[in-house]
Design a protein around this ligand. Structure first.
Ligand SMILES: Cc1cc2nc3c(=O)[nH]c(=O)nc-3n(C[C@H](O)[C@H](O)[C@H](O)COP(=O)(O)O)c2cc1C
Length: 260
């Protein structure tokens, strides 16, 4: 895969200041994009055609292009390859057809244990020659802001302080406690999951996201720590002719969209 690095040599003058400039392509075919979105279905029966390794790797790379909170990429994708682990994983997915017929099983894990490490890495790998002070401060504070402390003790203090400050101005209301931080990691990881399934679709392969799995068993198979939360298992492969079980259902858009 050709990696797409932002070209930090590109700058534009704005109000007398030199600014980073990354032009967006203007030739994207919306209809092809729509075709990918519309043809993505939850496929629960796959053929025996393998997904080429280069395709899967490219799709995983595209998954990791997903937006993610503070750029901290709180995810790990476990591609289950050992036949023994795969067998156990199918069982952990309650032997759903979407798991047992899948060519690949990818366990998508939201992580809360690499926040400090990645905040430091961000400071080391910041992509412009000079590190803006505001960025430096932001990432230096991250270990403090995302740390719930023993028995959520920091969380309680922070919550009270923020509630007080919030009387006077807009303030971020979390994440404070361990549960908040898990939700924080889950949001970004779910976005990467969506990227992954759409990327596979664009290559002509299909997927089924599954949260129908036994978390205790999945944790055991992958030896996950308590800071690693398996949010879904994605079964992937080529769609079998009868791999989509019924037409897609979406309720009236009026139920979901409010222009306020
Ligand atoms: C988080 C999540 C978990 C899901 N878990 C399962 C599952 O365990 N088994 C399954 O067959 N489908 C599962 N699905 C698929 C949904 O049932 C499916 O997305 C929904 O019915 C809409 O159909 P569509 O994906 O074809 O549009 C899951 C989907 C999501 C987003």
């Amino acid at each position: 895969m050709e990696s797409v690095e932002p070209d930090t040599t590109k700058t534009v003058m704005m109000n007398g200041k030199s600014r980073y400039y990354e032009p967006a392509p203007t030739d994207i075919d919306v209809e092809n994009f729509r075709k990918v979105l519309q043809s993505r279905r939850s496929v629960r029966k796959f053929t025996s055609k393998p997904i080429p390794e280069a395709v899967l790797d490219d799709c995983l790379d595209m998954a990791m292009l997903a937006p993610n909170s503070s750029g901290l990429q709180p995810w790990t994708f476990y591609v289950v390859r050992s036949p023994d682990k795969k067998k156990q994983m199918v069982k952990a997915c309650m032997s759903q057809l979407a798991a047992s017929t899948a060519q690949e099983l990818i366990v998508c894990v939201a992580r809360t244990d690499r926040i400090d490490e990645f905040a430091r890495q961000m400071l080391r790998e910041w992509p412009t020659p000079t590190l803006p002070t505001v960025v430096k401060r932001y990432y230096q504070l991250i270990p403090l802001s995302y740390n719930p402390g023993p028995l959520n003790s920091f969380a309680a203090v922070k919550k009270s302080a923020v509630a007080l400050g919030g009387l006077f101005t807009a303030v971020p209301r979390g994440p404070f406690n361990r549960q908040d931080v898990k939700l924080w990691a889950t949001k970004s990881t779910a976005l990467a999951c969506e990227n992954l399934v759409l990327a596979l679709r664009a290559y002509g392969f299909d997927t089924c996201m599954m949260e129908g799995f036994d978390e205790v068993r999945v944790r055991k198979i992958l030896n996950l720590s308590s800071a690693e939360l398996p949010i879904m298992v994605i079964g992937a492969g080529e769609r079998e002719l009868d791999g989509v079980f019924w037409p897609q259902v979406r309720f009236d858009r009026e139920l979901f969209i409010r222009k306020v």
